[in-house]
Design a protein around this ligand. Structure first.
Ligand code: ADE
Ligand code: ZN
Length: 324
């Protein structure tokens, strides 16, 4: 069996997927047409050609602009369902997806347009593909904590259908401690807590995510490797890292996929998983991300990464046991 078939056949969970980042250029044009909006690109090819980034911020600028075509519950439902269909083809049995409500409420959409649309897509994916999912509300860290609190208040009627909160957007200059109080409130409300840290930001941001935000899972975490003490701590805690190889390459977090630190992470006793982050922008869905690092790994290690994805999920123990 080829590596590629082996990877597709591995049952896996995806734990780091921004649903707005699964908006394919073709879909962007289709939604724009449906909503009678113009896009500042003449066609799909020109749009795709603009997907060349030197940093996280370069990417975020175009990503927030792209999300403007999402206007109705139906758009969010269609977006989610298209992602789940593609993920199902890659052997994804369970996905925990992020959404950025502030990107949409800032444009005047009520919180429920995104939330209800995504929840409808999640329900349909379970019925159609047997793919289960959970929804994680991310706060945009370039905005202030008061704005995050307003979003958390907006989310109140949906909290029984939201598994956790996350923290994303521009990392450097926006440390996790900026969101200490809203993460504390989310914890008190019984939500799981995750945060992007150590993607571009230093190991100190990972420490803050652990000590101040009390995260249950670490998104990216690459720069943790710069601190041996932090690596030991993450390994001892059994902390899951949601690593995104193609994203790391496209956003210049790693210079070369052949030098991706995934094997080092496993070697240090960490618990990494493989994920796609923003597949429409970074050139591949989850199986492509496994394939991108497969030359660095044995098949046992690839299977460990897939197993880690269930162990690090927010599924209950019985469901995890069924999957692994
Ligand atoms: N939002 C979408 N993708 C992101 C990433 N890789 N880092 C931070 N924020 C994001
Ligand atoms: Zn991300």
């Amino acid at each position: 069996m080829s590596d590629s078939d082996f990877i597709s056949g591995l049952p896996k969970a995806e734990l780091h997927l921004h649903v707005e980042g699964s908006l394919e250029p073709e879909q962007m044009f289709a939604f724009a047409r449906r909503n009678r909006i113009s896009i500042p690109f003449p066609n799909v090819e020109a749009l795709r050609a603009a997907y060349s980034f030197n940093s996280l911020q370069d990417f975020l600028d175009i990503y927030y602009q792209g999300a403007d075509v999402l206007r109705t519950e139906e758009d969010f439902r269609d977006l989610a369902l298209a992602y789940f269909e593609r993920a199902h083809e890659d052997g994804v049995a369970h996905a925990e997806i992020f959404f950025d409500p502030q990107t949409h409420t800032a444009r005047g959409l009520p919180f429920g347009v995104a939330a209800d649309g995504l929840l409808a897509g999640m329900k349909e994916a379970e019925a159609k593909f047997g793919l289960t999912s959970k929804l994680i509300l991310c706060f945009l860290r370039h905005l202030d904590e008061d704005d995050a609190f307003l979003t958390f208040a907006d989310a109140e009627p949906w909290l029984d259908r939201i598994a956790g909160v996350g923290l994303d957007s521009s990392e450097v200059g926006h440390p996790p401690s900026k969101f200490a109080r809203v993460f504390e409130a989310a914890g008190k409300a019984g939500l799981k807590r995750v945060a992007h840290a150590g993607e571009e930001g230093p190991p100190e941001y990972v420490l803050e995510a652990l000590d101040v935000l009390h995260i249950d899972r670490l998104d990216h975490g690459n720069r943790s490797l710069e601190s041996p003490e932090l690596v030991t701590r993450l390994a001892r805690a059994g902390m899951t890292l949601t690593v995104c190889p193609l994203s790391n390459h496209k956003l210049c977090v790693v210079d070369d996929l052949a030098a991706h630190p995934i094997a080092d992470m496993l070697g240090h006793g960490l618990r990494p998983t493989i994920n796609s982050d923003d597949p429409a922008y970074f050139g591949g869905y989850v199986a492509d991300n496994y394939r991108a690092v497969a030359p660095l790994l044995t098949r046992d290690q690839l299977a460990t990464l897939a197993r880690n994805s269930f162990l690090g999920s927010f599924l209950d123990d019985a469901a995890v046991t069924r999957h692994i």
